[in-house]
Design a protein around this ligand. Sequence first.
Ligand code: ADP
Length: 645
Amino acid sequence: MSTNGKPARRDTTRNDAQPRFRARLRSTLVAAFVLLSVLPIALAMFVAVERTSAQAEQQVVNQLDSIAETKEQAIRADLADSHSILEGVIADPVSYSDVVTLLTMSAPDESLRGTVATRFEAMLAVQEAFSEFFLYDPEGTIFVSTEPVQVDKVVRQKPYYAPSLQGVQIQTPFYELQSETLTMVASRPVFDETGQLVGVLAGRLSPGAFAEIMTQRVGLGETGETYLVSLENNYLVTPSRFEGYPLLRAYHSAGIDNALAGLDGTASYVNYRDQPVIGAYRWLPDVQLGLVAEMEQAEAFRAVRQSTQTSILVAALAAFIAANIGLFVALRITRPIAELTTVTRQLSEGNLAARTQVRLRNEIGELGSTFNTMAAQLQTTLRKLEESVKEARTATAMAREANRVKSEFLATMSHELRTPLNAIIGFAEILLAGMAGELSEQHKHKITRIHLNSKRLLDLINDLLDLAKIEAGRVEVLRDPFSPIQLAATLEAEMESLAEQKGLAFNISVDSSLPPTLIGDTARLEQATSNLLSNAFKFTHRGRVELRLSANGDRSWSVVVSDTGIGIPPHALEYIFDEFRQVDTGSQRAYGGSGLGLAITRNLARVMGGEVHVSSTLGEGSTFTITLPLIVPEDVAVEMAYESL
Ligand code: ADP
């Protein structure tokens, strides 16, 4: 592990999850920036465009409405003009009397007819509103006309005939078959001096009567137009501004149909040329015509459209700039975080020298620097920990070795001590048996003491040897079948005399639930149990000692030794299993013993895969329990079968 404290090189190849994380954070930030900057712009633009187009439409509507108004006024004025022209034809008294005379003659005088006709022609020449003047009697027979072919024709069937007898009027346009045109006729009745109707003076209005008014395009732009439509057949009365739309054809549109239905108003609709338009329409009751003023929406909204395009361009530019700023800021924020993430991962993978570069003087910078401090502390702590672990390992190994050497030494020493001790015991027995000659009582007594003490010493050495062997791991545990009942019998035989000596009851029981044959090391079991039984007898003065072998439910079995002896104080329960530890350690020791028995029993239980527990009440007695795994011959058979596989 490197500890040079250099900043770690960025590793971008090792883990591909990291760039994905960074990209997500960055794109979220960029998206937020762009959204925050573009949304208000777009909203403002949308509102502005909406308002501008509404205003533009209103403006066009107003304009069209006022144009329609102007045209209507002009038509009214035109009509008034036509009436006064017609009036002028017979205004002077001579003309008037000539006309009355002509109309009241039983047979028209040709020269008078010629005079009147000449006057009519002269009047026709000085005006433009009419294309023909003609005069007919109340029966409808034409007496005089500026069109000679009309003379003597009868107009009784014409739509204007009947109303013309009533008073001054203008006949709404009607389709005249013979001229194949829409015709408008203005007329006034003629009365004689007595007020008797003698005929009607009529004028055929020029076909282009209102065309001039309607085709004037002031204020109508490139596509705007005004036109009149007749109630009859929906014919155009004034020409379309555009090619290919003859007068005598039926035209329909919302504007035309509304005007002809007698409505006044404005609307957006598709016009007779199939163009979306804004239109103002009105009904002219005087002439029974519909007046329509229209402008194509494309033209009406052109300015708006242009300003919308400009707005979109500006908004797009603003969005682009905002996105770039967003990207820049996002990078500034995410790069150190991404670096920190990389370094954190390196650290978690064991590179404790990994550090991040602190560039920013803000919270992110502080985060980086705090992280570096933390990493440095972690590194130091881990180093110390590793050193401690190493030291502890060495110490443990040394302790183990020391213990092993100690056990080795003890085992060897015990063995070396036993040989001379056995010799001492042997010679003492020879002496006591009198094989070396008769001994005095005093000698016998002394040699008996030598013999006893040597035996105690031998016991002690044997215990030590056992313990040392077990600790040195030199004890082999057998796995042989044995009978628990047999084991109990052996222990009973061994302890029987002791029980008798001390006058104690010795109860032995073997649970019927225990299998008749178990697998284990009887010698070791016997040794461990007899240690417990010896103690029980040693520390019990009245009552009984009990040995019980029982099966537990969890594939284990127990050897339980209980007594009604002196008991063990609670604090001593912790250490009585340690070597050379006894409850009673004073100089006035009442009980003999080395303090090794329980240590041997515990170690034996362990090497057999079990453990020893004690429970005791001072003055009432103690119970020691060795718990061992319950192994039956079938288990061994199965194991062997496995091994042979
Ligand atoms: P010792 O040779 O002294 O018996 P052990 O290791 O067998 O050594 O026992 C340690 C100590 O535990 C004993 O000295 C005694 O104080 C206590 N002890 C063991 N068994 C009993 C018992 N059944 N009743 C009371 N005290 C006991």
